[in-house]
Ligand binder design. Structure first.
Ligand SMILES: *Cc1c(COP(=O)(O)O)cnc(C)c1O
Length: 237
């Protein structure tokens, strides 16, 4: 094994220990928790190591980087299972491109994007799994995206009605410097509200390197983990 692969294997193992410990505290089965490894800023070679180490869910947040990297990965590992999760903010004019290669779009935050993704998926002859991003920031805060919790159910209805989108659940990012337990409790509340109308919308995409234990406490089914596996992104810029 290369040094890099050994390093990634060790970090994946350490992450698994964290996940199992966090699940044990709240009596959850670690098997219900999927890790999406966020590889943004890291090279295709790292994605190949991850696939060879058993990772199947890869997250990216920029269209061009994601599409180029995924093409390289598919060329190098034509038989590997790889699901591409688009975890970033998505501009409507990029929806056409992303719908052509992503399997899951985590940050559906407005009606216009629902329409754009649905049409693009239809044109591409594909279905997309879609998550409603719920804003977990204090009301009125500047900053991160997401629909207000009070509007989440209505947006979920739109996603569910879209012909080429499959509503899977919710996604959230805890505010920087805020209390992640409070944020993820709010996300869990939004998820329950949506499930009243859409019982199959069981996913909760929450938790990053720094706050995944809190996310697991509140029912996260999909963690989005970058730094804890790949290392600091700063050093690459
Ligand atoms: C980059 C990113 C992550 C991963 O964050 P880490 O702190 O590196 O684990 C998770 N979610 C989103 C939306 C991201 O953009």
């Amino acid at each position: 094994m290369t040094d890099r692969r050994t390093e990634l294997a060790a970090r994946l193992a350490a992450l698994q220990v964290r996940i199992e410990a966090a699940c044990a505290e709240v009596d959850r089965d670690p098997g219900e928790v999927t890790t999406v490894v966020v590889t943004k800023f890291f090279p295709t070679s790292d994605v190949l190591h991850l696939l060879d180490l058993g990772v199947q869910d890869i997250g990216e947040n920029r269209d061009q980087e994601a599409s180029i990297k995924l093409a390289g990965v598919r060329a190098a590992r034509p038989d590997a299972t790889v699901r591409l999760h688009f975890v970033g903010q998505l501009q409507t004019n990029k929806a056409g491109s992303v719908a052509g290669y992503a399997d899951v779009v985590h940050a559906v935050d407005r009606p216009k994007l629902v329409g754009a993704l649905d049409r693009a998926a239809g044109r591409a002859g594909r279905r997309l799994v879609a998550l409603v991003q719920v804003s977990l920031d204090p009301p009125g805060a500047q900053g991160r995206a997401g629909v207000e919790p009070s509007g989440a159910a209505e947006l979920a209805d739109l996603v569910a009605a879209a012909e080429h989108l499959d509503l899977a659940g919710v996604m959230g990012v805890a505010p920087l410097g805020g209390d992640p337990d409070r944020a993820f409790a709010e996300l869990a509340r939004a998820a329950r509200g949506i499930r009243q109308q859409h019982p199959a919308a069981s996913w909760m995409s929450a938790g990053m390197s720094a706050d995944l234990e809190a996310a697991i406490r509140h029912g996260a089914t999909h963690l989005r983990v970058g730094t804890a596996i790949l290392g600091s992104r700063q050093s690459l810029r």
